[in-house]
Design a protein. Structure first.
Length: 127
């Protein structure tokens, strides 16, 4: 069987980094991927794909990617189900990425904050 996904799109918000009870890093994010055609109104629509990355790749993705960043991923589709609040079965489809490519030059969030702080220190205040 083949279960291989390749996507290129933009992050809809910053990746959410968290850790499992045993300390394994997990980052989740949504990727907006344009469709290859226009709808009846001539507008290109997008699909919003839920993605997950694990371990060091999760930490790297969370540290270097921000909302709007263009990234490419390869991975596999994974489905799961759970019982919702009203007793209905909820199905979830997710792409578990095993490779993330940063397609734009990005700086780590910490480095950006330090750069802004240094620039602010150079500004002379009138009071």
């Amino acid at each position: 069987m083949i279960n291989q996904v390749i996507l290129v799109g933009r992050l809809t918000k910053d990746p959410e980094l968290r850790y499992t009870s045993d300390g394994t890093a997990l980052a989740s994010f949504h990727l907006a991927v344009n469709r290859n055609f226009k709808n009846q109104d001539g507008v290109v629509e997008a699909d919003f794909v839920s993605c997950t990355v694990w371990r060091k790749l999760a930490e790297t993705t969370a540290n270097y990617c921000r909302k709007g960043a263009l990234i490419g991923i390869t991975g596999r589709i994974q489905t799961r189900k759970y019982e919702g609040q009203n007793g209905t079965t909820v199905f979830v489809t997710d792409v578990v990425a095993d490779n993330v490519r940063f397609l734009e030059r990005m700086q780590p969030a910490v480095k950006v904050e330090k750069t802004v702080q240094k620039e602010l220190e150079k500004v002379e205040l009138p009071f």
